[in-house]
Each structure stands twice: as structure tokens, then as C-alpha cells.
Design a protein around this ligand. Structure first.
Ligand code: GTP
Ligand code: K
Ligand code: MG
Length: 425
């Protein structure tokens, strides 16, 4: 029989309220033991909670949700306690003394919800992202995944594959050995459209951009004011600045949200071809490596002289010795602060364009891989003329879609996913 699990699902005490959740077959008994009896279902009841000796533990709101129509799919109880450390500990220890009750492991409530079919895998992944979301953009994208929008999309893809498979099976069943009927032209056109649609999804910006932040690398010739601008953008005197060319050597990164968009800024060594300084040369090599991983280069120098191929915004600081030699997109002054807001606005707009749109479900690495597998299989199905091979390609596409919503999973994968949750979720 399944264990009954419990955990504090609200933040760590002390807090105004501490919500203890209990899920599993003994949840009803647990509530009866502490609150005297099982209260009416799905309604908050005010009760005195007592330990085994009858001593009062707390006055609490108690909720009883009989399964299977609950968040976990099991019987579920909630105790809304006074959120003091000793109160929570006392009720937890009373629960742990009951037979077949134990503390939940991280993510175990959600894992049970998944095991009982209350949520699918894509929704669980969205939920994990939602709980770790720190910016508005992250929150909205995670919510789109968690509320099942993407899962519904996958179900329609899966239905299309099943319908195509059925059409091929019919040909296989009724065609005779020597003269297998051809697949109809509109069948192939349908697969083609399907492939195009999947390819469009694959072109969307990836979820990792949202999670890790939009990577802006500040680069340019030595002494251009990179570190000074970096400090202004991250609002911290993080980098050393000095009138001496070649001050910065290490790549310094800072994550900050600006206008609800998660950014990671990187300050780098000034780029120059000749330097007698061995350490500066290492710094320059590191700067070039950082540029390779940039989503955007904020180039402090003449426009167009930045790294080829990289997307760049050019800027120039207002120092008299470097002023007015060219016309950069932005002029900034770390001294007066002028131009900084314009740069911030430009960064936000650029990042928004190149990140998942608010409210769009963005594919993570695992999902992206499975959608590409499905797209490849659909393309293969469209190119085969042997119905047997078409049927096999369609089967592979279905397996990929099944993997997206978790009809096929491995224990390792589930451990990794649910381990991301905190205890009590
Ligand atoms: N007037 C003015 N001076 C600036 C501005 N930005 C930087 N400076 C000065 O320019 C000098 C170089 O600034 P840094 O930020 O160290 O330049 P850097 O590009 O990081 O230099 P390296 O790391 O050596 O490549 C310092 O003396 C700064 O005070 C600015 O916007 N206006
Ligand atoms: K400098
Ligand atoms: Mg510097």
C-alpha cells in the first residue's frame, strides 16, 4: 500500500500561516486523529488540533479533500496552522508518530499527481519552471506550459499521426501482395504541412533563454568604458574601472532583471591584437570565447567593427578623447547617466523580440529534441513510397509525441524532474 506523506507546503517558519499537507490513504485518519473528526469535504473548518494525549497543539483551519478528484489524485488533507516554528514542529511530530505516515521527499506531491494522471509531464515541467520563475517573462511562459496549452497541442499532433497511421494500415490491409495501392496525394501533402508546422515550432526561441537569461556581452577596444557601463547596467560597482587600458582580464558576469526581462551581462577584456602582457592576452582569449556565447554584443566602439556575424548594439561613452569619431547607435555617459535609459530600452526590446513571447509555451532542451525527432519522422514518412516504411516512420513520430507528455518515461528522468521541486510541492 502507498505511504501517506506530509510536508509543510508554505514557506519556512516563522510566517503568519503554515500550511501542512497530507496526501495518501491515511489522510482521513490523520485529520480525524488531530481534529477529532473528519470535517465536511472541501470546506474550511476551524478546529482545535490535539496530540495523542489530548493536549492542544494549535487552533487551525482544516480542509479535507477526498480523492481521487484532488491535486494529487489521492485523499488529501490541509492544516492551516499558526506559522511559528514550534507550532509547525509540534504538528509535524504528531503526524510522524502515526502509522504509515512519513515526511514527503522533494516534489513527491507533484510526482503523485503525475503518477495518478492529474497532470502530464509537460505540465509538471511547466510547474517546476513556474515555481522557480523570478521574472515576469519567465512566469508567463511557465504558466502557459503548466496550464496544459502545450499538452493540448501535442495531443492534436498525436491525433494527426494516429489518423495518418490508420490510413496507411488500411492500404496495407486491403492492397494485395503484388499491387499495393499508392498513398493518395493529399495524404502526402498533409504530411508536408505537418512537417512545416513542427519546423515552425522548432524555430521558436528556446526555454533556456528564459531560464538562464538573455546573454549580453560588453566588448570593444581597451579603455572604451565597458566596465563602467557594465557597472551602471547591473547597478553595482562589480567591475574594476581605471584610466589604464587593459584593466579587465577575467570575464565578469552578473544576472539582473530589467523591465521584467532576465539578463546576464558579461564584462570582458578590451580587444586588441598586440599586447606584451601575457595575462591580458589570456583575458582577450576569454573575451572572444564569451562573444561566441553571446545572444547580443553590446559593442563599445565603431559600429560594424564588432565580431562578425554577432548581433550587436553599438555605443560610445562621452569621454572627450574618444568622442565623435563615428556615429554609434547610443551615446552614454556614466558620469551624467545620460543615454543609459535609451540603452536599457533597446536591450529590453531586443531581448523581448528574441526570447519566447509572453504567454507562449517555450520548448526546453528535452522537448525540443522530441519535437525534432517527430519532425524528422514525419519528413521521412512523406518521402517513403513503401507503405510499410511509412507506417514505421509514423510510429516513430507517435513515440516522440508520447515522450513529450510522458506516456513513456524513465525513472531517472522523473527523479531528475521532480527533484527540482522543493519539499511540500
Ligand atoms: N567621461 C566619461 N568617462 C568614462 C565613461 N565611461 C568610462 N569612463 C572612464 O574611462 C576610463 C576607462 O573606463 P573602463 O570602464 O575601465 O574601460 P574598459 O573598457 O572597461 O577598459 P579595459 O577593461 O581596460 O578594456 C575610466 O577612467 C572611466 O572612468 C563615461 O561614460 N564618461
Ligand atoms: K580601463
Ligand atoms: Mg574593463
Amino acid at each position: 500500500m502507498t505511504d501517506t506523506i506530509f510536508a509543510l507546503s508554505s514557506g519556512s517558519p516563522p510566517a503568519a500561516i503554515g500550511v501542512l499537507r497530507v496526501s495518501g490513504p491515511q489522510a482521513g485518519e490523520a485529520i480525524a486523529a488531530l481534529a477529532g473528526s473528519v470535517p465536511p469535504a472541501r470546506r474550511a473548518s476551524y478546529r482545535k488540533l490535539r496530540d495523542g494525549e489530548g493536549a492542544i497543539l494549535d487552533h487551525a483551519l482544516v480542509l479535507w479533500f477526498p480523492g481521487p478528484n484532488t491535486a494529487t489524485g489521492e485523499d488529501l488533507a490541509e492544516f492551516h496552522l499558526h506559522g511559528g516554528r514550534a507550532v509547525v514542529t509540534a504538528v509535524e511530530s504528531a503526524l510522524s508518530q502515526m502509522a504509515k505516515l512519513r515526511r514527503a521527499t522533494p516534489g513527491e506531491f507533484t510526482r503523485r499527481a503525475f503518477a495518478n494522471g492529474r497532470i502530464d509531464l509537460a505540465e509538471a515541467e511547466g510547474l517546476a519552471d513556474l515555481l522557480s520563475a523570478e521574472t515576469e517573462l519567465q512566469r508567463r511562459s511557465a504558466l502557459a506550459m503548466a496550464d496544459g496549452a502545450f499538452s493540448r497541442q501535442v495531443e492534436t499532433w498525436r491525433d494527426r499521426v494516429l489518423a495518418a497511421s490508420a490510413a496507411v494500415e488500411a492500404i496495407l490491409d486491403f492492397g494485395d501482395e503484388d499491387d499495393v495501392a499508392d498513398l493518395p496525394g493529399d495524404f502526402l501533402a498533409g504530411l508536408d504541412r505537418f512537417h512545416v508546422e513542427l519546423t515552425e515550432w522548432l524555430k521558436r526561441p528556446r526555454a533556456e533563454r528564459l531560464k538562464d537569461g538573455f546573454r549580453v556581452v560588453l566588448a570593444g577596444p581597451p579603455n572604451a568604458g565597458k566596465s563602467t557601463l557594465f557597472n551602471a547596467l547591473v547597478e553595482d560597482e562589480a567591475a574594476i574601472t581605471a584610466p589604464l587600458a587593459g584593466t579587465t582580464r577575467d570575464v565578469l558576469t552578473r544576472a539582473v532583471a530589467i523591465g521584467g526581462v532576465p539578463f546576464v551581462f558579461a564584462d570582458t577584456a578590451g580587444l586588441r591584437d598586440q599586447t606584451g602582457d601575457e595575462i591580458e592576452a589570456i583575458g582577450i582569449a576569454r573575451a572572444r570565447a564569451a562573444l561566441d556565447g553571446a545572444d547580443l554584443v553590446l559593442w563599445l566602439g565603431p559600429e560594424g567593427e564588432g565580431p562578425t556575424g554577432a548581433w550587436e548594439i553599438a555605443a560610445q561613452c562621452d569621454r572627450s578623447d574618444i568622442a565623435d569619431k563615428y556615429a554609434p547607435r547610443h551615446r552614454v555617459s556614466a558620469v551624467t547617466g545620460s543615454g543609459l535609459d535609451e540603452i536599457r530600452r533597446d536591450l529590453i526590446e531586443t531581448a523581448r523580440r528574441r526570447m519566447p513571447r509572453p504567454g507562449d509555451a517555450a520548448l526546453n532542451r528535452r522537448q525540443h529534441l522530441l519535437v525534432s525527432e517527430a519532425a524528422l519522422a514525419i519528413a521521412a514518412a512523406g518521402q517513403e513510397s513503401d507503405p510499410l516504411l511509412v507506417a514505421e516512420a509514423l510510429r516513430l513520430a507517435r513515440v516522440a509525441f508520447d515522450g513529450l507528455i510522458g506516456r513513456t518515461t524513465t525513472e531517472d528522468m522523473l527523479d531528475a524532474l521532480f527533484g527540482r521541486f522543493c519539499i511540500g510541492k
